[in-house]
Design a protein around this ligand. Structure first.
Ligand SMILES: Cc1ncc(COP(=O)(O)O)c(C=O)c1O
Length: 449
């Protein structure tokens, strides 16, 4: 039976949720008409379910323009002597509920500063999820420590906290829970393990601005919490990042490290430790302050749309949207993630399904590849420094310990939609589900084509 949506030849849509969220300039597509819908798959020459693009990212307004030009003309481009970065740090600490915040040049920089503040180094092991972006573990490797991967909970796409304890050895120094895709890792399970084994916790909250665990912002539970403001992120300055903490000593070390080891921000040529330049510029500080004004409204729009989309997609056999742990009281929805079961689509491979979905006007991707199997791991662990520090036995054992079969399976099943798609209208969500249903109905035809 054809659904109401398919039966209608033309669909009119308003951008109700985007407008309600005050997303100026985001999606002024009220009363637009979408492409005509017919039954024939777009991949087989039919008309796509939708032809309008989803809301573009980033969203900008006059304030960004004015503040960037103001910064340019003010000629204080470096944070030392400027005011935007410092102001942003105060505001971001307030918004997250942390006592301290240090802005950094990227999320990776935030993690590198954290590693240095905790003196993680050669001989140490750091536990991390395997389903994450490479930047979670590159800072571990930069310290010449060993990343120990823990398998994924396929239902939630998060680290399987039930498998963390068996990954701990006497060399383990820290755990990096990643709040992947904007949902929270299972902190109720992770924090007691860290406490029991006296391990540091560095939260990788790079994808989870304003996400919450039991009503408190993620990033505030660990010793340090790291955020990214890279271009795809909900708070965006092209590149950028921040470390938050309630531990003033740790933040002071991060601050010193990110500023070439100076004891004070303005210390001139006096250095107290080894450091690096991981500073954020005043241009980025100005952009972040402007972008912050939309963050909450956009978060609400994403939540509303994602919840509605989940209701629709859950009804489709073979489509399993990522679940959240009960303690995750707010999901930032940086990624909308789901699992695809080809069996429910007449054996149509995920890759062909993705292609067909894109043809219907719904951008999508297959997400991460297994990080433990990427060549960078073997190449880095086989490099001179690592061979010098670790015995061949330790390195061989690590390869064995880092096997993650559930994650291998997840990487074959995952499908992602990007966060900007959740900033549109309810009709946009209807059309995503409609496109999936349309493909399912004709999956056997497509599989044979
Ligand atoms: C989970 C995760 N960790 C760390 C990072 C690193 O952030 P950046 O790209 O700002 O260095 C990212 C960003 O893409 C990320 O998604």
């Amino acid at each position: 039976m054809r659904s109401n949506l398919t039966r209608r030849r033309f669909l009119s849509t308003t951008c109700a949720s985007a407008a309600a969220a005050g997303l100026s300039g985001l999606d002024a597509r009220a009363d637009r008409l979408t492409a005509p819908v017919d039954d024939k798959l777009a991949a087989l020459g039919g008309t796509p379910v939708r032809s309008e693009p989803f809301p573009s990212w980033p969203v900008i307004g006059e304030r960004e323009e004015q503040d960037l030009i103001g910064t340019l003309r003010g000629k204080r481009w470096n944070r030392i002597g400027g005011s935007h970065v410092e102001k942003f740090e105060k505001v971001w600490a307030e918004r997250t509920g942390a006592q301290h915040c240090l802005a950094t040049s990227s999320g990776t920089s935030a993690l590198v500063c954290s590693m240095n503040a905790l003196e993680i180094g050669p001989g140490d092991e750091v536990i991390a999820p395997v389903y994450t972006f490479v930047a979670t573990v590159n800072p571990v490797l930069l310290q010449h420590a060993l990343p120990v991967f823990v398998d994924t909970d396929r239902e939630t796409f998060q680290i399987d906290a039930g498998k963390i304890e068996r990954a701990i050895t006497r060399r383990t120094r820290a755990i990096i829970p990643v709040h992947l895709g904007g949902a929270a890792a299972n902190l109720d399970a992770i924090l007691p393990i860290a406490k029991k084994h006296k391990l540091f916790v560095i939260e990788d909250a790079c994808q989870s601005h304003l996400a919450e665990w039991r009503g408190r912002k993620v990033g505030t539970y660990g010793d340090l919490g790291c955020f990214s403001f890279q271009a795809s992120k909900h708070l965006n300055s092209g590149e950028g990042g921040a470390v938050i903490s309630n531990n003033s000593e740790l933040i002071e070390i991060c601050k010193s490290f990110h500023n070439q080891g100076r004891g004070e921000m303005n210390a001139g040529m006096a250095y107290v430790r080894n450091g690096d330049n991981r500073r954020l510029t005043e241009f980025q500080g100005a952009l972040l302050l402007a972008q912050l004004t939309r963050l909450e409204d956009q978060a609400r729009a994403r939540e509303q749309n994602a919840e509605y989309l989940t209701k629709l997609l859950r009804e489709i056999p073979g489509i399993a949207p990522a679940k959240m742990y009960e303690g995750c009281t707010r999901n930032a929805y940086h990624l909308y993630m789901l699992r695809y079961d080809a069996q429910a689509f007449s054996g149509l491979s995920r890759e062909r399904f993705l292609k067909a979905l894109r043809a219907e006007g719904v951008p999508c991707s297959s997400g991460y590849t297994p990080l433990n199997k990427e060549p960078f791991m073997k190449n880095t662990l086989g490099s001179r420094a690592f061979r010098y520090i670790y015995s061949p036995k330790v390195l061989a054992e690590l390869e064995e310990r880092n096997r993650c079969p559930e994650n291998d399976r997840l990487c074959q099943e995952a499908i992602w939609f990007t966060q900007n798609m959740l900033l549109g209208s309810k009709t946009d969500m209807d059309q995503i589900a409609e496109a999936v249903r349309k493909i399912q109905k004709q999956a056997s035809l497509l599989a044979r084509a």
